[in-house]
Design a protein around this ligand. Sequence first.
Ligand SMILES: Cc1cc2nc3c(=O)[nH]c(=O)nc-3n(C[C@H](O)[C@H](O)[C@H](O)COP(=O)(O)OP(=O)(O)OC[C@H]3O[C@@H](n4cnc5c(N)ncnc54)[C@H](O)[C@@H]3O)c2cc1C
Ligand code: SF4
Ligand code: SF4
Length: 368
Amino acid sequence: MERPRSFPVCCYCGACAAFIPDFEKYREEEVVWDKGCGGSASTGFCFSFCPRTFAACRLCEEECPRKDYGVCDFSPNTSSPEERILAYYEDIVIARARDVSLRVGPNSGAITAMLCGALDEGFIDAAVIATRTEDWRAEPFVATTPAEVVRGVGPKYTACPSVKGLWEAIDRGYENIAMVGTGCNIEAVRRLQALHMPALELDRVKVLIGLFCTEAFWHRDLVRFLAARDIDIRAVEKFYVMGGNFIVETVDSDFSIPTRELAACVRDTCHLCEDFTAQLADISAGSSGSPEGWTSLIIRTGGGRELVEVATAAGAIETKPMDEAGIEKMKRLAFRKKMMNYGNIMDQIGICAACLTNPYSFTLQSMQ
Ligand SMILES: Cc1cc2nc3c(=O)[nH]c(=O)nc-3n(C[C@H](O)[C@H](O)[C@H](O)COP(=O)(O)OP(=O)(O)OC[C@H]3O[C@@H](n4cnc5c(N)ncnc54)[C@H](O)[C@@H]3O)c2cc1C
Ligand code: SF4
Ligand code: SF4
């Protein structure tokens, strides 16, 4: 059978490093199975939770995590196309941190403030956030105090293996854990939860905070892209996106680069992603749809609502309803991403994501 066009698709969520006993390694922000898993026992396990094994949608009527949320994009049985654009939600508000020092460009610091408030009030006892290295590699970090949470403020545009951080928090014995992550990170956790394996202790995950996400960059390509403009990534203090431009603040200068110029730095896996709003999170957050200095919050579950209530009562954030224009803008962006990437996803269905990066890769078709 002719093999469909395929991409190297690992999104570096960290789930296999956390949950596969014979996990080998990551190289350049991608999983590597040098020995080749070749369909061993562990393959079935990682296949079931890797967010890039699209074939898992065959579980549609059984264990698919999307089923519970009515947001499956492949099955006609769940929800209407209109409902699927932002996926299931209970409410949408805009929020900002009361502490203005948490603002990074147009970003309000609302997530950081919510986590600080939730720790102060005992709603959570640990928060998995993303810190960064000196050269801006994103790394998971288990924060247990507000001062530690503040270390993660602001976006890092390289992929972060956040699920590894979640496992570390579980392993260290925390009982009420929050995790911040991009949609792919959140999907990995939901798939793991859908396995209903008590040994994984995922009942300790209290709230998943998803980030709106158009794309993430390969670290090596971002470094080269900046170097070509005489910017040393180690001198960068802040990155953020504002008005369609990628803003780079260094110690002595600011640069504004149209985001389309970074197209070559986008991770391959992001071309296979239809999830702009982190559809499976308890609460999703992004700047799109909000005025500058505010964060859009899509509250999807009781856990997400409780987090906002606790943080508001603690005086950490203030909220307002989002206007219709903001909601329409989020829908437009979410729809655009789905339309752009659906074709690529359909090509990829049936191929094991992890195995694409090893020399003995195989396809589901070849197993049948
Ligand atoms: C790769 C990426 C792409 C994004 N694309 C969009 C977009 O297209 N449109 C949009 O509206 N918003 C996008 N965002 C989200 C946006 O940049 C802000 O993070 C969001 O608005 C929340 O702002 P805040 O000030 O409330 O969060 P903050 O209080 O600054 O908290 C942000 C939290 O996210 C965590 N975090 C940062 N980077 C990462 C990462 N790479 N992986 C996991 N966790 C991370 C931090 O540790 C922190 O806990 C993107 C974020 C990322 C990381
Ligand atoms: S995307 Fe799949 S292969 Fe890559 S880190 Fe996550 S679980 Fe592992
Ligand atoms: S675009 Fe999708 S795959 Fe890429 S980082 Fe964002 S959520 Fe993950």
